[in-house]
Design a protein around this ligand. Structure first.
Ligand SMILES: [Zn+2]
Length: 264
């Protein structure tokens, strides 16, 4: 197989998942992307089901992730502008930004969630897949995509879409797993020597098809007209979060990139 990011063909088996180790992830020696071998897999079947419950956007525990994302935005982009949250969920991130002067808009796959966010916050939310959504008024100052990138086979296409939605000099906030996080590394090492084996139900299917590290994400960003401004890792527990913000070894990455080039 070829690497889905750089097209390289020097890939080696990195780890497996599933009850019979049937899901195989290969790491590219050139760009370091970890690629799930999609041969014979039906990805649509693997993705999580749409939400049927509207989680309270005012609950600080439920929304700790969105609140942390907003703190990050505020720290790095103190001047509000036009903000699009792709996959806005219950709207907690949009609401936090709106309270501080951002002009916000949401995009959601679920009409149920979209309708709840419209009613609760009076925010415009379109129901669409961002890969095909083309508003007449793009040129956003900020676009966020949290815990989506790793689910999409075509990461170059996804980043190309974000590029088109932004103005030149605009920013994107992305969050995704950091496959080189220390606890992932420890688990993989233990699995190799047979000391740690995660059990999977027979029906278990992987949700992620591309796993990024600092290097492979930088490769992706630079190929699609972006410059990486901030790369940090985070956790929900305050002590781990403090540590991982300062030493980027956490299993979740939060990045800020700037559009420096319009793609042809
Ligand atoms: Zn590659």
């Amino acid at each position: 197989m070829k690497c889905r990011l750089c097209g390289g063909n020097d890939l080696s088996l990195y780890y497996t998942q599933g009850s019979e180790d049937q899901f195989r992830f290969y790491k590219c020696s050139r760009c370091e992307l970890v690629n799930l071998d999609l041969t014979g897999l039906n990805l649509i079947e693997h993705q999580e089901k749409y939400a049927t419950e509207y989680l309270d956007p005012d609950d600080p525990f439920i929304n700790r992730g969105s609140l942390a994302s907003y703190q990050f935005i505020r720290r790095h982009l103190p001047k509000p502008g036009r903000f699009l949250d792709v996959g806005c969920g219950n709207g907690a991130l949009l609401a936090a930004a709106q309270r501080e002067g951002w002009n916000v808009r949401g995009l959601e796959l679920s009409e149920f969630l979209a309708q709840n966010v419209r009613e609760r916050f009076g925010v415009e939310v379109d129901v669409s897949d961002f890969l095909t959504w083309r508003p007449t008024d793009s040129g956003f100052d900020l676009v966020s995509l949290r815990h989506v990138l790793e689910h999409l086979p075509n990461s170059l296409g996804a980043m190309g879409s974000i590029n088109q939605l932004l103005r030149m000099g605009g920013h994107a906030l992305l969050e995704f797993p950091n496959i080189e996080g220390i606890s992932f590394n420890v688990k993989r090492s233990l699995a190799k020597v047979g000391l740690h084996k995660k059990r999977y139900a027979d029906s278990w299917r992987p949700g992620h098809c591309n796993e990024f590290s600092r290097n492979s994400f930088r490769y992706l960003a630079e190929e699609t007209g972006f410059s990486v401004k901030v790369w940090e890792t985070y956790a929900y527990s305050p002590i781990k979060n403090f540590l991982y913000n300062h030493i980027p070894i956490g299993t979740k990455a939060r990045v800020l990139i700037e559009k420096i080039e319009t793609l042809p």
